[in-house]
Design a protein around this ligand. Sequence first.
Ligand code: DCP
Ligand code: MG
Ligand code: MN
Length: 347
Amino acid sequence: CDNKEVQRKNGPNEFIAKKLEELMELHKAKPGPDNHWRALGYQKAVRALRNHPTKIASINQAKKLRGVAEKTALKIMEIVNTGDLQRIKWENTEDVGVRKTFQGIYGVGQSTAYKWYAAGCRTLDDLKAGVGGVELTPAQKIGIEFYDDINDRMPREEAGALFELIKPIALALDPKIEIQIMGSYRRGKADCGDIDIMITRCPDDGKTQAGILHHLLKELRKRKIITEDLALPENPFDDESIYRGLCRLPQPGSRRRRIDFLVVPYKSRGAALLYYTGDDIFNRAMRYKANKLKYSLNQKGLYEGVVRDVQDRTKKTNKGNLLASETEEEIFRILDVPYQEPHERVR
Ligand code: DCP
Ligand code: MG
Ligand code: MN
């Protein structure tokens, strides 16, 4: 699957994919559901283009791509015929460009980026200088300091090397923990935006994974593998917690890389693995399938009989019954979806 991924980025339609990706990024920097759905649509088209083995040369070929409808097909043909896409120029107004830059800061979304623009900030230096009275959180300061590192993807070999460095350190703390790499790395991607690591532990001897994160982080900071914290767990002794930070290989000159740790109860390891392996569009399709069967799927498990509050859909009036959460296979089976290997989980 590694080879497949390498081929993808050098494929015959890479030029078209890059242009559509540029347009996708601009829509991501704009507010409102319309832009959100447009961005998602272009994301699908970009994937289809990268997966397509031969050069797209006609509108009919373009329309046959998965997730590509008339309007996107016309854009593809404009790129094929003129080498450019005028829509990018129209969308790329000064405010959008600035907000896009700001949204590259870790944890900064549309509303913060908009607020800063309205306050008069136009560059990262403006933000650092506090133009317009802007105040940055510690995570945002780190996000600016390591802006390029955080926004670049790492080669999968580097993600693998970091994981192989961390794994024995974790196992030395408790040989019974289970530690696994998820996300794009598990899907076999040639490059990774971050490293997603799951930690759990079989409780059959009375001990659990609770508390392991506290000790592991301490150890990794001591060895200068973890260098900055972006989001700490509320309580690292909970049996479930998330950590987000930056890490680096100990070699001189190595770059900062994003790392996420997810500590989950042993019982929900399958559901967590499924969710955090992604990709996000595959997850969406799985949730959709679950909902069609009147089930509900999240990173904790597959449930039946969940009832949501009519006023507030995020609230549950009935938590439902757990159907499966220990293995990915069970969840696929109950949803009546043929098991897919991680590298196949791209929609
Ligand atoms: N995820 C999701 N929806 C989100 C965010 C994440 O379903 N809004 C799931 C699917 C992702 C997984 O979590 O694959 C890990 O999230 P990442 O942001 O780390 O994404 P990837 O690892 O897939 O890609 P990248 O290489 O960019 O990190
Ligand atoms: Mg990831
Ligand atoms: Mn992640």
